[in-house]
Design a protein around this ligand. Structure first.
Ligand SMILES: NC(=O)C1=CN([C@@H]2O[C@H](COP(=O)(O)OP(=O)(O)OC[C@H]3O[C@@H](n4cnc5c(N)ncnc54)[C@H](OP(=O)(O)O)[C@@H]3O)[C@@H](O)[C@H]2O)C=CC1
Ligand SMILES: CC(C)(CO)C(=O)C(=O)O
Length: 330
């Protein structure tokens, strides 16, 4: 092991800063020790409507609920020891562009985005900073204002994206594990991101297009007529990218196992559609399509799903319940 890979202590006094005070950010903040966590305000909204903290109720997975109040980081706050980034994939680069100039170069940054593409963009933009990625199967949502629900218990794997991040993996895992959530060091975070991307690529767009819960795609003609071609495209792109090879049948099995085990879930993409928010399609099927095109691999199903979900975003009526009669969405 080179000197660079030896564990390095986190800088500062242990404060964990979180950029992106949404569902996942509030989940982590709520489980981490009070007094050791702060939210980073959106650039230009430093006073956050005059409030110096964000208060909400966290419903924990064990059913208990707690009132949580997390301070906003201000210019007079201590420097954070680590920055967790829990913005959506499409917002991440912009959010960091505006906030990183204030952060010392040795502060580890942990990216929690689903899909792929946004993490690479950040690592390429700041190759000399310690940039890590996390792949998490924890689930959080906000059914109403002021309430955050820990809806699914999972685990979180953290690994290095840039060389500078390697010595920080273990101390970051330790710091996050203080939450009581399951956190592990991941030697091959790229593969982990792909593993999750595969499942999201086979479920999310179908649910958004069909306007249905995860399990319902399995009985839909639209899904059944396309899933084998989709899995073949993913297998070819994964192999060309140097990932652990998987056959199309293995990919389909993974997708359908998760669709069954989360049958009653509203996927994050359908939820974004229903709320009129930008989806992460460009970082899921859109990413597979872009990487396929870069390798000269034909990716018509990934391309079609990407375009269909993009069109849904442009036409808010298309994704509403009861409006499933768009051509092809059978
Ligand atoms: N929720 C979950 O269970 C899981 C989520 N993930 C991934 O985590 C990421 C976040 O998801 P989730 O928490 O659900 O999303 P949310 O939309 O709930 O949260 C994102 C937050 O980022 C904020 N934000 C956007 N731009 C900026 C900015 N420039 N500066 C500061 N804050 C900003 C948003 O503010 P505003 O609301 O004002 O726009 C919002 O509060 C996604 O990539 C998702 O795929 C992964 C696994 C599980
Ligand atoms: C696994 C799945 C599909 C569960 O809903 C998910 O990760 C998502 O909705 O984004």
């Amino acid at each position: 092991m080179s000197g660079r890979e030896e564990n390095q202590q986190l800088p500062g006094t242990g404060l964990i800063a979180i950029l992106g005070a949404g569902s996942l950010g509030r989940l982590w903040a709520g489980y981490l020790s009070a007094g050791k966590v702060a939210f980073v305000p959106r650039h230009g909204s430093a006073d956050v409507s005059g409030a110096d903290s964000l208060s909400y109720r966290l419903q924990r997975f064990d059913g208990s609920a707690a009132s949580v109040s997390i301070p906003w980081l201000t210019s007079s706050s201590e420097q954070p020891s680590v920055l967790l980034v829990t913005t959506k994939a499409g917002d991440t680069l912009g959010a960091l562009e505006s906030r990183l100039p204030e952060l010392p170069c040795d502060t580890p940054i942990v990216l929690f985005q689903n899909g792929m593409g946004s993490q690479q963009a950040v690592a390429e933009r700041w190759p000399r900073r310690p940039i890590l990625a996390a792949s998490t199967t924890e689930g959080a949502n906000r059914p109403q204002q002021g309430q955050t629900v820990h809806a699914g218990r999972g685990e979180t794997r953290v690994g290095a994206l840039t060389d500078r991040a390697r010595p920080f993996v273990k101390p970051v895992v330790q710091a996050l594990a203080a939450s009581g959530l399951k956190v592990h060091a991941e030697p091959d975070i790229r593969q982990r991101l792909w593993d999750k991307l595969i499942v999201n690529a086979g479920i999310n767009a179908f649910t958004a297009i069909l306007n249905c819960r995860n399990g319902d795609i399995l009985n839909s003609r639209f899904y059944l007529e396309r899933i084998d071609d989709l899995c073949a495209e993913i297998a070819a792109v994964l192999e060309a990218e140097g990932g652990r090879p998987l056959t199309p049948a293995m990919i389909r099995e993974r997708i359908e196992t998760v669709a069954q085990s989360t049958a009653n879930n509203t996927s994050s993409m359908l939820s974004d559609r229903q709320k009129g928010r930008t989806t992460e399609i460009d970082f899921i099927n859109g990413y597979v399509a872009r990487r396929g095109q870069a390798h000269g691999i034909e990716v018509p199903v990934n391309q079609m799903l990407t375009e269909r979900v993009q069109q849904l975003s442009a036409d808010p009526e298309a994704g509403r319940p009861g409006n499933q009669n768009k051509p092809g969405a059978s």
